[in-house]
Design a protein around this ligand. Structure first.
Ligand SMILES: [Zn+2]
Length: 164
């Protein structure tokens, strides 16, 4: 009795699988694609998003602070009012160095803010965590360290070598 029923099941299954053969092939491709796209759980993506937003917030504040400080100093200089720091001659000597340093800092921070915006866009477009060059997944370890990473370590190295 038992054997009979299982055999019957088998045959019906076989028939069904034959009929679905072509669609099944399409399905596996779709499945693979879906799997590739869904690399992270929603929870994980939200964590990355939050991390990126916090980082952006910090950077924006820093940029604002440095800009305010530079503006205040250059206004002081322009108005000839150097009395505020003429008492500190040693400080004055390092002012131009500091300004250059701050400008460099601000520009690199702005660049990171842009990278963060791009990464946030990739989260929305479900492309987050994939190398923009080879399309392979970026190691989670790397994303945890640099959540706005655009490329995997290998491609990043290649790009840096080409830029040199
Ligand atoms: Zn890559």
């Amino acid at each position: 009795m038992k054997k009979k029923s299982s055999q019957r099941k088998k045959t019906t299954k076989k028939k069904a699988s034959k009929a679905k053969k072509t669609t099944a092939k399409k399905k596996t491709i779709k499945k693979k694609f879906k799997k590739k796209k869904k690399r992270f759980l929603k929870k994980e993506l939200n964590a990355y998003r939050e991390k990126l937003l916090n980082l952006k917030d910090d950077l924006m504040k820093q940029i604002q602070e440095i800009s305010d400080e530079s503006l205040r100093k250059s206004q002081q200089e322009a108005s000839g009012d150097i009395s505020a720091y003429s008492l500190h001659l040693a400080d004055r000597a390092s002012d131009s160095y500091e300004r250059d340093f701050n400008l460099g800092l601000v520009s690199s921070e702005r660049r990171i803010v842009m990278e963060i915006d791009e990464a946030l866009k990739r989260i929305d477009e479900k492309q987050y965590g994939f190398c923009q060059m080879c399309k392979k997944p970026i190691a989670k370890r790397r994303l945890d360290a640099i959540p706005y990473a655009r490329y995997g370590t290998k491609c990043q190295k290649k790009i840096e070598e080409e830029e040199r």
